[in-house]
Design a protein around this ligand. Sequence first.
Ligand code: 3Y8
Ligand code: NAP
Length: 248
Amino acid sequence: MTRALVLGGTSDASLLAAEIAHAGLDAVYSYGGRTRLPADQPLPTRIGGFGGASGLADYILGEGITHVIDATHPFAAEMSSNAVEACSETGTQLIALERAPWARAPDDNWTEVGDVAAAAAALPEVPARVFLAIGRQHIAPFATKPQHIYTLRFVDPPEAPLPFAADVIVSRGPFMLDGELEMMRTRGIAWVVTRNSGGGGARAKIDAARMLGLPVIMISRPTLPERQRVESVAEVMQWLGHRTCLGA
Ligand code: 3Y8
Ligand code: NAP
Protein backbone atom coordinates (compact mmCIF):
# COMPACT_ATOMS: atom_id res chain seq x y z
CA MET A 1 0.00 0.00 0.00
CA THR A 2 1.52 3.34 -1.11
CA ARG A 3 2.14 5.99 1.57
CA ALA A 4 4.06 8.99 0.20
CA LEU A 5 6.08 11.72 1.93
CA VAL A 6 6.32 14.99 -0.03
CA LEU A 7 9.31 17.11 1.03
CA GLY A 8 7.77 20.40 -0.08
CA GLY A 9 8.09 24.14 0.26
CA THR A 10 7.95 25.11 -3.43
CA SER A 11 5.34 25.94 -6.06
CA ASP A 12 5.96 22.62 -7.79
CA ALA A 13 5.43 20.75 -4.51
CA SER A 14 2.07 22.50 -4.12
CA LEU A 15 1.01 21.40 -7.61
CA LEU A 16 2.07 17.83 -6.80
CA ALA A 17 0.14 17.88 -3.51
CA ALA A 18 -3.03 18.85 -5.39
CA GLU A 19 -2.63 15.92 -7.80
CA ILE A 20 -1.88 13.45 -5.00
CA ALA A 21 -4.93 14.62 -3.03
CA HIS A 22 -7.10 14.39 -6.14
CA ALA A 23 -5.89 10.83 -6.74
CA GLY A 24 -6.84 9.98 -3.15
CA LEU A 25 -3.32 8.72 -2.36
CA ASP A 26 -2.23 8.30 1.27
CA ALA A 27 0.44 11.02 1.73
CA VAL A 28 2.00 13.57 4.11
CA TYR A 29 3.29 17.02 3.08
CA SER A 30 6.34 18.37 4.90
CA TYR A 31 7.51 21.99 5.37
CA GLY A 32 10.85 22.89 6.95
CA GLY A 33 9.21 25.61 9.06
CA ARG A 34 11.08 28.51 7.45
CA THR A 35 8.12 30.86 7.11
CA ARG A 36 5.54 32.03 9.60
CA LEU A 37 2.44 31.17 7.57
CA PRO A 38 3.22 28.59 4.90
CA ALA A 39 0.53 27.98 2.29
CA ASP A 40 -2.12 25.43 3.25
CA GLN A 41 -1.89 22.07 1.50
CA PRO A 42 -4.69 19.57 0.64
CA LEU A 43 -2.73 16.84 2.46
CA PRO A 44 -1.98 16.14 6.12
CA THR A 45 0.97 18.48 6.80
CA ARG A 46 3.93 18.39 9.18
CA ILE A 47 6.20 21.39 9.82
CA GLY A 48 9.85 21.38 10.99
CA GLY A 49 13.05 19.38 10.62
CA PHE A 50 13.26 15.61 11.10
CA GLY A 51 16.58 15.67 12.99
CA GLY A 52 19.06 14.98 10.20
CA ALA A 53 19.15 11.92 7.93
CA SER A 54 18.74 9.57 10.89
CA GLY A 55 15.68 11.46 12.09
CA LEU A 56 14.20 11.24 8.61
CA ALA A 57 14.95 7.49 8.50
CA ASP A 58 13.15 7.04 11.83
CA TYR A 59 10.20 9.05 10.51
CA ILE A 60 10.00 6.94 7.35
CA LEU A 61 9.99 3.69 9.33
CA GLY A 62 7.67 4.99 12.05
CA GLU A 63 5.14 6.35 9.57
CA GLY A 64 5.34 3.43 7.15
CA ILE A 65 6.37 5.70 4.27
CA THR A 66 6.84 3.72 1.05
CA HIS A 67 7.73 6.57 -1.38
CA VAL A 68 9.58 9.86 -0.79
CA ILE A 69 9.29 12.74 -3.26
CA ASP A 70 11.94 15.44 -2.80
CA ALA A 71 10.10 18.46 -4.17
CA THR A 72 12.22 20.95 -2.25
CA HIS A 73 14.03 23.89 -3.82
CA PRO A 74 17.27 23.24 -5.78
CA PHE A 75 19.16 25.15 -3.06
CA ALA A 76 17.73 23.04 -0.22
CA ALA A 77 20.88 20.91 -0.49
CA GLU A 78 20.95 19.58 3.07
CA MET A 79 17.36 18.31 2.91
CA SER A 80 18.00 16.67 -0.45
CA SER A 81 21.19 15.01 0.78
CA ASN A 82 19.43 13.75 3.91
CA ALA A 83 16.65 12.29 1.76
CA VAL A 84 19.15 10.32 -0.35
CA GLU A 85 20.89 8.98 2.77
CA ALA A 86 17.70 8.11 4.67
CA CYS A 87 16.03 6.41 1.70
CA SER A 88 19.15 4.38 0.99
CA GLU A 89 19.38 3.33 4.64
CA THR A 90 15.69 2.33 4.84
CA GLY A 91 15.39 0.94 1.31
CA THR A 92 12.65 3.47 0.48
CA GLN A 93 11.89 4.60 -3.07
CA LEU A 94 12.98 8.22 -3.73
CA ILE A 95 12.42 10.58 -6.64
CA ALA A 96 13.27 14.29 -6.95
CA LEU A 97 10.91 16.77 -8.61
CA GLU A 98 13.44 19.36 -9.70
CA ARG A 99 12.82 22.14 -12.22
CA ALA A 100 15.45 22.80 -14.86
CA PRO A 101 17.78 25.76 -14.21
CA TRP A 102 17.06 28.98 -16.10
CA ALA A 103 19.15 29.13 -19.27
CA ARG A 104 20.84 32.36 -20.30
CA ALA A 105 19.04 33.96 -23.29
CA PRO A 106 21.12 35.68 -26.02
CA ASP A 107 20.40 39.19 -24.69
CA ASP A 108 20.82 38.29 -21.01
CA ASN A 109 23.68 40.06 -19.26
CA TRP A 110 24.60 37.42 -16.63
CA THR A 111 27.68 36.97 -14.48
CA GLU A 112 27.52 33.39 -13.20
CA VAL A 113 29.10 32.73 -9.76
CA GLY A 114 29.35 29.69 -7.49
CA ASP A 115 28.00 31.03 -4.20
CA VAL A 116 26.70 34.08 -2.33
CA ALA A 117 30.16 35.31 -1.28
CA ALA A 118 31.26 35.29 -4.94
CA ALA A 119 28.08 37.18 -5.82
CA ALA A 120 28.97 39.94 -3.33
CA ALA A 121 32.51 40.07 -4.72
CA ALA A 122 31.14 40.41 -8.26
CA LEU A 123 29.33 43.66 -7.44
CA PRO A 124 31.13 46.85 -8.55
CA GLU A 125 32.99 49.08 -6.06
CA VAL A 126 31.14 52.20 -7.23
CA PRO A 127 27.85 52.61 -5.28
CA ALA A 128 24.81 51.21 -7.10
CA ARG A 129 21.17 50.30 -6.46
CA VAL A 130 21.13 46.53 -6.03
CA PHE A 131 18.12 44.14 -5.82
CA LEU A 132 19.05 41.10 -3.69
CA ALA A 133 16.40 38.47 -4.53
CA ILE A 134 18.00 35.71 -2.46
CA GLY A 135 15.81 35.81 0.64
CA ARG A 136 16.81 36.23 4.25
CA GLN A 137 19.13 33.38 5.24
CA HIS A 138 22.28 34.16 3.25
CA ILE A 139 22.64 37.95 2.95
CA ALA A 140 25.58 38.41 5.36
CA PRO A 141 28.34 38.47 2.67
CA PHE A 142 26.89 41.69 1.23
CA ALA A 143 27.93 43.51 4.41
CA THR A 144 31.38 43.62 2.74
CA LYS A 145 29.92 46.06 0.18
CA PRO A 146 27.95 48.55 2.34
CA GLN A 147 28.35 51.33 -0.24
CA HIS A 148 25.40 50.01 -2.25
CA ILE A 149 21.73 50.91 -1.87
CA TYR A 150 20.13 47.49 -1.35
CA THR A 151 16.56 46.33 -1.87
CA LEU A 152 15.90 42.92 -0.26
CA ARG A 153 12.84 40.69 -0.65
CA PHE A 154 11.78 38.42 2.23
CA VAL A 155 8.78 36.16 2.76
CA ASP A 156 8.31 37.49 6.31
CA PRO A 157 9.30 40.83 7.92
CA PRO A 158 12.88 40.73 9.30
CA GLU A 159 12.99 39.71 12.99
CA ALA A 160 16.54 40.94 13.69
CA PRO A 161 18.51 44.03 12.60
CA LEU A 162 19.99 43.59 9.11
CA PRO A 163 23.80 43.29 8.69
CA PHE A 164 23.70 46.37 6.43
CA ALA A 165 21.29 49.19 5.54
CA ALA A 166 18.62 47.98 3.14
CA ASP A 167 15.02 48.45 2.13
CA VAL A 168 12.96 45.25 2.56
CA ILE A 169 10.03 44.20 0.38
CA VAL A 170 7.93 41.56 2.16
CA SER A 171 6.36 39.24 -0.43
CA ARG A 172 6.19 35.48 -0.91
CA GLY A 173 5.66 35.18 -4.63
CA PRO A 174 5.05 33.82 -7.18
CA PHE A 175 6.07 37.08 -8.88
CA MET A 176 4.70 38.61 -12.11
CA LEU A 177 6.59 40.48 -14.86
CA ASP A 178 4.66 43.76 -14.58
CA GLY A 179 5.27 43.90 -10.84
CA GLU A 180 8.99 43.22 -11.27
CA LEU A 181 9.35 45.87 -14.01
CA GLU A 182 7.46 48.44 -11.92
CA MET A 183 9.55 47.71 -8.82
CA MET A 184 12.88 47.87 -10.67
CA ARG A 185 11.98 51.08 -12.51
CA THR A 186 10.63 52.97 -9.49
CA ARG A 187 13.61 51.92 -7.38
CA GLY A 188 16.17 52.62 -10.12
CA ILE A 189 17.62 49.12 -9.74
CA ALA A 190 20.95 48.81 -11.60
CA TRP A 191 21.98 45.25 -10.54
CA VAL A 192 19.99 42.07 -9.78
CA VAL A 193 21.40 39.23 -7.65
CA THR A 194 19.55 35.91 -7.77
CA ARG A 195 19.94 32.17 -7.35
CA ASN A 196 19.25 29.92 -10.31
CA SER A 197 16.04 28.58 -8.76
CA GLY A 198 14.43 27.66 -12.07
CA GLY A 199 10.67 27.28 -12.40
CA GLY A 200 8.11 29.92 -13.17
CA GLY A 201 7.43 31.31 -9.69
CA ALA A 202 10.45 33.58 -9.57
CA ARG A 203 11.76 33.91 -13.16
CA ALA A 204 9.92 37.22 -13.80
CA LYS A 205 12.80 39.15 -12.25
CA ILE A 206 15.30 37.90 -14.81
CA ASP A 207 12.88 38.60 -17.68
CA ALA A 208 12.43 42.12 -16.30
CA ALA A 209 16.21 42.54 -15.98
CA ARG A 210 16.65 41.49 -19.61
CA MET A 211 13.97 43.95 -20.77
CA LEU A 212 15.59 46.76 -18.79
CA GLY A 213 19.10 45.79 -19.93
CA LEU A 214 20.26 45.21 -16.32
CA PRO A 215 23.24 43.04 -15.35
CA VAL A 216 22.31 39.91 -13.35
CA ILE A 217 24.61 38.09 -10.95
CA MET A 218 23.37 34.48 -11.16
CA ILE A 219 24.31 32.09 -8.34
CA SER A 220 24.66 28.54 -9.67
CA ARG A 221 23.06 25.59 -7.92
CA PRO A 222 24.87 23.44 -5.37
CA THR A 223 25.84 19.95 -6.47
CA LEU A 224 23.38 17.37 -5.15
CA PRO A 225 23.95 13.61 -4.69
CA GLU A 226 22.84 11.33 -7.53
CA ARG A 227 19.17 10.37 -7.37
CA GLN A 228 16.35 9.76 -9.83
CA ARG A 229 15.00 13.15 -10.88
CA VAL A 230 12.11 14.36 -13.05
CA GLU A 231 10.92 17.84 -14.01
CA SER A 232 7.15 17.37 -14.11
CA VAL A 233 4.35 16.49 -11.69
CA ALA A 234 2.99 14.08 -14.32
CA GLU A 235 6.22 12.04 -14.17
CA VAL A 236 6.03 11.85 -10.39
CA MET A 237 2.40 10.67 -10.56
CA GLN A 238 3.41 8.05 -13.15
CA TRP A 239 6.19 6.91 -10.78
CA LEU A 240 3.52 6.59 -8.07
CA GLY A 241 1.43 4.48 -10.46
CA HIS A 242 -1.20 7.16 -11.12
CA ARG A 243 -2.10 9.61 -13.87
CA THR A 244 -2.49 13.36 -13.38
CA CYS A 245 -6.06 14.61 -13.50
CA LEU A 246 -5.65 18.35 -12.86
CA GLY A 247 -3.26 18.86 -15.75
CA ALA A 248 -0.18 19.81 -13.72
C1 3Y8 B 1 8.88 27.84 3.35
C2 3Y8 B 1 6.40 28.15 1.33
C3 3Y8 B 1 4.58 29.13 -3.77
C4 3Y8 B 1 5.20 30.21 -2.97
C5 3Y8 B 1 6.41 30.78 -3.60
C6 3Y8 B 1 8.92 28.60 -6.37
C7 3Y8 B 1 8.47 30.02 -6.09
C8 3Y8 B 1 8.50 32.06 -4.68
C9 3Y8 B 1 11.64 31.09 -5.68
C10 3Y8 B 1 12.63 36.24 -5.14
C11 3Y8 B 1 13.14 34.87 -4.89
C12 3Y8 B 1 13.84 32.63 -2.38
C13 3Y8 B 1 12.86 32.23 -1.24
C14 3Y8 B 1 11.84 31.80 -3.28
C15 3Y8 B 1 11.18 31.05 -4.26
C16 3Y8 B 1 8.66 30.53 -4.67
C17 3Y8 B 1 7.64 29.87 -3.72
C18 3Y8 B 1 10.02 30.18 -4.01
C19 3Y8 B 1 12.90 32.79 -3.60
C20 3Y8 B 1 8.13 29.74 0.08
C21 3Y8 B 1 7.74 28.83 1.22
C22 3Y8 B 1 8.83 28.66 2.07
C23 3Y8 B 1 9.91 29.36 1.51
C24 3Y8 B 1 11.25 29.41 2.13
C25 3Y8 B 1 12.05 30.54 1.59
C26 3Y8 B 1 13.49 30.69 2.11
C27 3Y8 B 1 14.07 31.65 1.04
C28 3Y8 B 1 13.39 31.18 -0.25
C29 3Y8 B 1 12.30 33.44 -0.51
C30 3Y8 B 1 5.37 29.05 1.98
C31 3Y8 B 1 7.35 31.04 0.08
C32 3Y8 B 1 14.61 33.90 -2.05
C33 3Y8 B 1 14.85 31.51 -2.73
O1 3Y8 B 1 12.47 33.92 5.47
C34 3Y8 B 1 12.99 32.82 5.24
O2 3Y8 B 1 13.65 32.14 6.08
C35 3Y8 B 1 12.80 32.26 3.87
C36 3Y8 B 1 13.59 31.24 3.49
C37 3Y8 B 1 14.21 29.36 2.17
C38 3Y8 B 1 15.58 31.56 0.87
C39 3Y8 B 1 16.35 32.23 1.95
O3 3Y8 B 1 17.46 31.77 2.15
O4 3Y8 B 1 15.79 33.19 2.57
N1 3Y8 B 1 12.26 30.36 0.18
N2 3Y8 B 1 9.55 29.99 0.36
C40 3Y8 B 1 9.21 26.41 3.01
C41 3Y8 B 1 9.35 25.54 4.26
O5 3Y8 B 1 9.24 26.02 5.39
O6 3Y8 B 1 9.55 24.32 4.05
O7 3Y8 B 1 5.73 29.83 2.90
O8 3Y8 B 1 4.21 28.92 1.59
C42 3Y8 B 1 7.95 28.99 -1.23
C43 3Y8 B 1 8.44 29.65 -2.47
N3 3Y8 B 1 9.68 30.05 -2.59
O9 3Y8 B 1 4.43 28.06 -3.21
O10 3Y8 B 1 4.22 29.40 -4.93
O11 3Y8 B 1 9.40 28.42 -7.45
O12 3Y8 B 1 8.78 27.73 -5.52
N4 3Y8 B 1 11.73 31.65 -1.96
C44 3Y8 B 1 15.72 31.77 -3.96
O13 3Y8 B 1 16.78 32.36 -3.77
O14 3Y8 B 1 15.26 31.41 -5.06
C45 3Y8 B 1 12.32 34.20 -3.84
O15 3Y8 B 1 12.27 37.05 -4.17
O16 3Y8 B 1 12.57 36.73 -6.35
P1 NAP C 1 18.09 23.11 3.71
O1 NAP C 1 19.09 24.14 4.07
O2 NAP C 1 18.41 22.11 2.66
O3 NAP C 1 17.62 22.29 4.99
C1 NAP C 1 18.11 22.55 6.28
C2 NAP C 1 17.29 21.69 7.23
O4 NAP C 1 15.95 22.18 7.28
C3 NAP C 1 17.14 20.24 6.77
O5 NAP C 1 18.27 19.47 7.08
C4 NAP C 1 15.90 19.83 7.55
O6 NAP C 1 16.18 19.73 8.93
C5 NAP C 1 15.04 21.07 7.40
N1 NAP C 1 14.16 21.03 6.22
C6 NAP C 1 14.34 21.65 5.04
N2 NAP C 1 13.30 21.44 4.22
C7 NAP C 1 12.43 20.68 4.91
C8 NAP C 1 11.16 20.12 4.61
N3 NAP C 1 10.53 20.35 3.44
N4 NAP C 1 10.55 19.34 5.56
C9 NAP C 1 11.14 19.13 6.76
N5 NAP C 1 12.35 19.64 7.11
C10 NAP C 1 12.97 20.40 6.19
O7 NAP C 1 16.69 23.81 3.35
P2 NAP C 1 16.38 25.37 3.04
O8 NAP C 1 17.15 25.78 1.86
O9 NAP C 1 16.48 26.13 4.32
O10 NAP C 1 14.84 25.24 2.60
C11 NAP C 1 13.88 25.05 3.61
C12 NAP C 1 12.54 24.95 2.93
O11 NAP C 1 12.30 26.12 2.13
C13 NAP C 1 12.41 23.76 2.01
O12 NAP C 1 11.09 23.25 2.15
C14 NAP C 1 12.59 24.35 0.65
O13 NAP C 1 11.87 23.61 -0.33
C15 NAP C 1 11.98 25.72 0.81
N6 NAP C 1 12.56 26.67 -0.12
C16 NAP C 1 13.90 26.90 -0.05
C17 NAP C 1 14.45 27.81 -0.95
C18 NAP C 1 15.93 28.10 -0.91
O14 NAP C 1 16.36 29.06 -1.53
N7 NAP C 1 16.70 27.31 -0.21
C19 NAP C 1 13.64 28.44 -1.89
C20 NAP C 1 12.28 28.18 -1.90
C21 NAP C 1 11.75 27.28 -1.00
P3 NAP C 1 16.59 18.32 9.65
O15 NAP C 1 18.02 18.09 9.25
O16 NAP C 1 16.41 18.60 11.13
O17 NAP C 1 15.67 17.26 9.13
